[in-house]
Each structure stands twice: as C-alpha cells, then as structure tokens.
Design a protein around this ligand. Structure first.
Ligand code: ZN
Ligand code: ZN
Length: 275
C-alpha cells in the first residue's frame, strides 16, 4: 500500500457521524501523513446535508484549531466539498472538491442523484420522459461544465449516478451512448481540473464492489492525461482508509504510475509512486 492520506472527510458540521477530532485520531492510528476536511458547502436546499452560515464559521474555527493542536503529528487541510448548486465562497478554504449531487427539476425542486432508488426512478419517469440516457446526459453535462468553469482542486465521485445502477437498473453502463456522455464530460472537466478522486465511499457505506469511477472511465481519464487521488469520502472515523487496497489495485490496473496525496508541508499536493 502506498502513503496514506485523504482529502475527503465529513463531520457533524454536515452529514458526517464522527467528530473532527475523532477523524484526526483515526487518521493518525491508520498511519496517515496528511488529511483534509471537506464539509458539504453551504446550499439553500436540502440544508440537513450541508453547513449553514454559523456552522461554516464554527467548522473553520475547529479545523484551524486542530491544525495547530496536531501540527507535529499530522498535516491537516481545511477544505470543502462544493456542489455545483452551492453558493459558498471558496475564499476561506485551502482547497475545494467539486461535485454534482443534484439536478434541478421543472417544479423548482432539487433532485439528488444519489438519493433513494424510488426517488431516482420517479424523477426519471416524471421529468426525463422515462429516458434514463437523457437523465445521464443531463448529469454528465452539468458535471463537465461545472468543473470546467469552477476549476476545483479535485473532482469528487465522477460517476455518482452509478450508486443507483449497481445491477444496471437504470441503464446499461456498456451502452456506447452512455459511455460517450461520461467521456465527453471527462474531456470537458479536464479543461478545469486534472485531478480526479478515486472514491471508496460507496464501498464503505453501500456495499459497492468498486470505487467511483468505473474502471473503463478511469482508463479513459489516464488516456487524456488525467491524474488521481484516493479518498474514502469518510463519514465514520473507523472507515477513513476503507477500500484503499482495492483503489490502489485499480489505479495500477489503469496504468497510473503516480497518485496525488495531500501535502505534508506547504504544497497542497505531493506525488507518490503507486507501482
Ligand atoms: Zn459528495
Ligand atoms: Zn463527500
């Protein structure tokens, strides 16, 4: 296994279950050299999952305090996971993970692509004319344009919509039109950010067999010059390195020789060998 680090960790400031300090202690126990916190950024809908104004201020204060308290044991970074419909300003943060979790519906509501399956199937039926390919195109179109325009430091869980398609319930992942939607989004996203997260969160929390993104997309990302960073999208301290062995195996299988980790010193990223 390679040097351990993670940029993607949640706490009760959003939808995480473990305190920030418990996450730090877990990272130290697992031998991490660095870690970052990535609370869900402020948004004006589904507020349970994200920080509010007061929560953001308290979050920043606590993470800065932990940075000082644990400075001799672990390099801690202050980040946020910013949805494409968040209104949060990135200025107070040291890095941003860009993500699409939601699509807007004609009735003005926001629909989470990683929500319950019945919600997703209803939305496809009612708002995408039952056309799951149109749904996938809409998701990937939004993701590609958001990453190109916003230019986050890391792209989070690229094919999140696969959460509800483990058994091909919504679409055939081998369908050339579906693959084209995803790879077109990768081409566009790469203009704004070259660093893609290998996200094992679905393995830890939903029993997914592999991380995001699927191996075919990972291979495409390498072909177009993309880079990778591993994270467990951790919501419980004990799972901070969940699935890292499998992530490392898939990175090697896709032909990557190096991966990023959060830096141990001043630079946001360092590069480690994965061979
Ligand atoms: Zn996310
Ligand atoms: Zn997350």
């Amino acid at each position: 296994m390679f040097t351990l680090s993670s940029p993607h960790n949640h706490t009760p400031y959003c939808d995480g279950k473990s305190t920030a300090e418990d996450m730090v202690l877990s990272a130290i126990r697992h031998g991490f050299v660095s870690m970052g916190f990535s609370s869900h950024a402020k948004q004006d809908f589904d507020t349970f999952y994200a920080m509010d104004e007061a929560g953001e201020a308290a979050y920043i204060k606590e993470i800065k305090q932990l940075q000082t308290q644990y400075a001799d044991r672990l390099r801690i970074w202050l980040g946020m996971e910013r949805d494409s419909y968040s209104y949060a300003d990135c200025a107070p943060f040291e890095y941003v993970m860009g993500a699409v979790h939601y699509l807007p519906l004609p009735d003005g509501k926001m629909f989470p692509v990683d929500g319950p399956m019945d919600m997703v199937t209803s939305a496809i039926k009612d708002h995408f004319g039952g056309d799951s390919l149109l749904y996938a195109n809409t998701y990937y179109g939004r993701l590609g344009s958001y990453i190109r325009e916003y230019k986050p430091d890391i792209i989070a869980h690229f094919d999140l919509l696969m959460k509800n398609n483990r058994q091909g319930e919504l679409f055939d992942p081998e369908d050339p039109l579906f693959i084209k939607a995803a790879t077109d989004a990768m081409d566009e996203a790469a203009l704004g950010c070259k660093l893609l997260e290998i996200n094992t969160g679905g393995m830890a929390r939903h029993g997914a067999p592999i991380p995001y993104p699927a191996p075919g997309l990972l291979a495409y990302w390498r072909q177009i010059g993309g880079q990778v960073i591993v994270a467990a999208d951790c919501h419980q301290a004990a799972q901070i390195a969940y699935g890292y062995e499998e992530a490392a195996r898939l990175i090697r299988a896709a032909g990557f020789k190096k991966a990023a980790i959060l830096g141990r010193h001043k630079a946001l990223f360092e590069w480690i060998d994965v061979v």
